[in-house]
Design a protein around this ligand. Structure first.
Ligand code: SPV
Ligand code: MG
Length: 296
């Protein structure tokens, strides 16, 4: 069986544009896999939100790691972990890589913001980047730590988000590429893809580029293909789908003082049991819970 790390490495290096959808726990990860996606974006925003906290490193890195482990246990496709700014300095990054590999995570994305970070769409002009040297050190530390050569270390620059400066993004990406990053994420908060187009026209290195088109969502994917984008992350749509639907159902049940109407609009219990692989436990019980030979 091919390792998920190798699958991820191959996906980001293939000439075909790939799409990963966000997930934030075991069941959402299973749903993304079942929908046919080739990989999962373990979004920091979505994991934090599903825990009821802000995307500001309020959940500790080990709490995030626990969620990632449940996601990894429930799926067989690669998981790309959003590791924010690495939860500290290069040394925290080293420990993180070790733990992610132990939990079967195929790769991680670290961004060049300070720790604690803030979500890219919140007051981004007042967010700060760490120096290029400091971030290069984190990338090198990650690459030197990984045991599996195919574990992917993806470097994300927030230069366009924080400074609107494409030259700064290019400078940083060059440095991150030379430091050993397996791919780069270019993030933009514009409603149109002009930042990405300008960046790609000037990017001449043979290093896969990943984008997160949350705000420029109406851009046809054919444009991303023509720009040679490697991977698109649909970053938060499973979380937003569930919040949208849960709000509707909660209001309906509250208004009706009954679950009768809501029951027709939600997943059946059988569906939940299927995602939990209850059938497998039933089968296992038949094997492991009956030991006639030991009966006295
Ligand atoms: C996330 O999904 O947590 C991301 C993407 O990092 S964004 O929210 O756009 O920063
Ligand atoms: Mg994030």
């Amino acid at each position: 069986m091919i390792k998920t790390t190798t699958i991820l490495k191959n996906l980001i290096n293939s000439k075909k544009l790939e799409f990963f959808l966000e997930a934030h726990n075991g069941i959402s990860a299973s749903i993304v896999q079942e929908a046919g996606f080739s990989g999962i974006w373990a979004s920091g925003l979505s994991i934090a939100a599903s825990l009821g906290v802000r995307d500001s490193n309020e959940a500790s890195w080990t709490q995030v790691l626990e969620i990632l482990e449940f996601m990894s246990d429930s799926t067989s496709i690669p998981i790309l972990a959003d590791a924010d700014s690495g939860y500290g300095n290069f040394n925290n990054v080293r420990r993180l890589v070790k733990k992610l590999e132990q939990r079967g995570i195929a790769g991680m994305c670290i961004e060049d913001k300070e720790f604690p970070k803030k979500n890219s769409f919140i007051n981004s002009e007042s967010q700060y980047l760490v120096s290029i040297d400091e971030f290069v050190g984190k990338i090198q530390a990650a690459k030197d730590t990984q045991i599996d050569p195919d574990f992917c270390v993806i470097a994300r620059t927030e230069a366009i988000i924080t400074t609107q400066n494409i030259d700064e993004a290019l400078l940083r990406c060059q440095a991150y590429y030379h430091a050993g990053a397996d791919a780069l994420v270019i993030h933009s908060k514009r409603q149109d893809p002009s930042d990405i187009i300008t960046f790609m026209k000037q990017w001449h290195y043979d290093c896969p580029i990943i984008i997160i088109p949350t705000t420029y969502m109406d851009t046809p994917t054919s444009l991303f293909e023509s720009l040679n984008i490697s991977l698109v992350l649909w970053a938060n749509h499973m979380l937003r789908a569930s919040v949208y639907q849960m709000k509707k159902i909660a209001a309906l049940i509250f208004a009706n003082s009954s679950v009768l109407e809501a029951d027709k609009k939600i997943a059946s219990l059988e569906e939940i049991f299927r995602f939990q692989k209850v059938q497998e436990l039933e089968e296992a019980e038949k094997i492991y819970l009956s030991h006639p030979s030991y009966k006295c």
